[in-house]
Ligand binder design. Structure first.
Ligand SMILES: *Cc1c(COP(=O)(O)O)cnc(C)c1O
Length: 374
């Protein structure tokens, strides 16, 4: 590519039509807030899925500088990418476990697998023998989610293997809560009770249990290390309550055209929206290809000067049409920006309108935005 063009694109000069700002200072304050909440336990950072779409490289190195030393990813490839960016005293854990064929690379790069089955334990023990020194691991137990981890009927067999194997250094026993975002769910207490059974069966090891929601369920859920993800990124840890975390992400989108249409005009694909009276419209430059779900069609909104501007008609791949009749004429012109995420509209607002959860909105945020880290 032409040098000037590529430089302009990398600097985002007039190239982007959406502006995603990631506030690393707010991220750090959220981390400190969570550390305070779980103290004297510690807090890891869950940076899977590119730190929920915000950039695992920037997020992890920033949190390392703020004292975080435990980082959880989902997949081995994510751990490999992160490993060279963090100093040796940072632990990187792979939640999805030890896949066949990854054993020696995992050992060589000092990555810690979350052991989810007897077979994974045996293969990791083999890798430790091959390496000629002890290897670290986390043991995960299924306490009621039926997703990952050693099932209850295999706990005793694992305890036997652990007893006879000195080549694996177990750092934690862990499990994951299925309903921690709902403080009223009885599933929290039953999983806690199961976790206490596990802890009693492996009394020599520390416990790692709470995700973001679990942190706010109280001390008994904290163990020695919590694993927040969404709360670091400003998402609400519990549904319904006040969100004690700060927003980290804001998203503004450029206007690419405005028009006034008469009563009866059809808007967007399928002509699914017909305007009742003369209406001023703006088309903004982001769509479902940028992670704004099609389910926002006809029910989401953006904001300008604090005024709600409803999305009308269907969300397109690259654009969305909004009703700007509530704004003074001339307020929005070509190149003006409207707020999709910011002081007037939270992640949870957009997620609710799209009939999904904040996690899916964050991890879906597209790569056509100009990203600015603050
Ligand atoms: C994703 C994940 C987390 C983080 O969950 P949040 O709800 O985002 O805090 C913690 N532990 C496990 C096992 C996970 O899969």
């Amino acid at each position: 590519m032409d040098g000037v063009i590529s430089r302009n694109i990398s600097e985002g000069i007039r190239a982007a039509s959406g502006y995603l700002t990631i506030d690393l200072t707010a991220l750090a304050r959220n981390y400190e807030r969570l550390v305070k909440e779980v103290s004297p336990a510690g807090a890891a950072a869950v940076v899977k899925a590119d730190a929920y779409g915000l950039g695992a490289d920037r997020v992890a190195t920033h949190l390392y500088a703020k004292g975080c030393r435990h980082f959880f990813v989902a997949q081995f490839v994510e751990a490999l990418k992160l490993r060279p960016l963090l100093a040796d005293d940072a632990r990187i854990f792979v939640l999805n476990g030890l896949q066949p064929g990854n054993e020696s690379d995992c050992a060589r790069h000092g990555i810690v697998p979350v052991i989810n089955s007897l077979d994974q334990w045996r293969r990791w023990a083999g890798a430790a023998r091959a390496a000629g020194h002890a290897l670290p691991a986390v043991l995960q137990f299924d306490t009621g989610m039926s997703r990952l981890g050693v099932p209850p009927e295999e706990r005793d067999a694992l305890a036997e293997l652990v007893k006879s194997e000195t080549s694996i250094a177990v750092l934690f026993v862990m499990s994951h809560l299925a309903s921690a975002d709902d403080a009223g769910s009885g599933q929290n207490e039953s999983q806690l009770a199961e976790m206490q059974v596990v802890a009693a069966a492996f009394p020599q090891f520390n416990v790692c249990f709470a995700n973001s929601g679990g942190i706010f369920l109280g001390r008994s859920y904290h163990g020695v290390l919590a694993r927040p993800g969404i709360a670091l990124y400003g998402g609400a840890p519990n549904v319904g309550g006040v969100n004690p975390l700060e927003p980290v992400v804001s998203l503004d989108i450029s206007v690419v055209q405005t028009r006034t249409v008469r009563a009866g005009a059809h808007v967007g694909y399928g002509g699914s929206h017909v305007v009742a009276g003369e209406t001023r419209l703006a088309t903004i430059a982001a769509g479902y290809a940028d992670g704004l779900p099609r389910s926002l069609s006809g029910c989401g909104a953006v904001y300008c000067d604090g005024i709600r501007l409803p999305i009308i008609g269907r969300v397109s791949m690259d654009s969305i049409t909004i009703d700007i009749s509530a704004l003074p004429e001339g307020r929005l012109t070509l190149g003006s920006r409207v707020e999709m995420l910011g002081p007037h509209q939270t992640l949870e607002d957009v997620a609710r309108d799209a009939n999904t959860i904040s996690y899916e909105i964050l991890t879906g945020l597209g790569n056509r935005y100009q990203r600015t880290y603050r």
